[in-house]
Design a protein around this ligand. Structure first.
Ligand code: MG
Length: 172
């Protein structure tokens, strides 16, 4: 019995992959609110070992996921004093450079920030531009959205922030 021959592999070896990232941080007094490397005027900032930039952390995990390269907790352990109060935008740059050394580069990133306040309307473009700079992408390839949680759960009670990110990468 004749079986159809398997189709030839495509000549193009570059593959697109997608990864998802999630992060959450608790609000804390006396801390800055840094999102995507941008300082946001706010009554409270976010608690964390680094600068607690939940946007950068979610994007890092999305990139690492797309690359099949582990997660942020493995790459930047919070027991390591090197990352104490580290700028997370620099951590993102480090990950982009490390992936780049393997021939993997970001193509597009989409982020949703979930928090009750402050409102991020005036900061969406600056945050997207900041992320794009660290990712080596055109600002049009980075999407930043913000929404509330309609008063529900830890976000709704103003206890913290949650961030979702999806990244696509190309590479071998
Ligand atoms: Mg985090």
């Amino acid at each position: 019995m004749n079986h159809p021959r398997p189709s030839r592999r495509p000549e193009r070896l570059v593959m697109d992959r997608a990864g998802i990232g999630y992060d959450s941080h608790r609000f804390a007094d006396g801390r800055p609110l840094i999102l995507g490397g941008v300082a946001i005027p706010a009554e409270r900032g976010l608690a964390g070992h680094s600068d607690a930039d939940a946007v950068c952390h979610a994007v890092i995990d999305a990139l690492l996921g797309a690359a099949g390269a582990g997660d942020i907790g493995t790459r930047f352990p919070d027991t390591d004093p090197r990352w104490k109060d580290a700028r997370s935008l620099d951590m993102l740059r480090t990950v982009v450079a490390e992936l780049g050394a393997s021939g993997i580069r970001p193509r597009h990133v989409d982020v949703t920030v979930i928090l009750e306040r402050p409102k991020l309307a005036d900061f969406k473009l600056p945050i997207a531009a900041s992320l794009a700079g660290a990712l080596g992408l055109h600002p049009g390839s980075v999407s930043l959205k913000a929404k509330t949680n309609e008063g529900m759960g830890f976000v709704g009670r103003g206890e913290g922030i949650a961030v979702l990110a999806v990244a696509t990468v190309e590479g071998p």
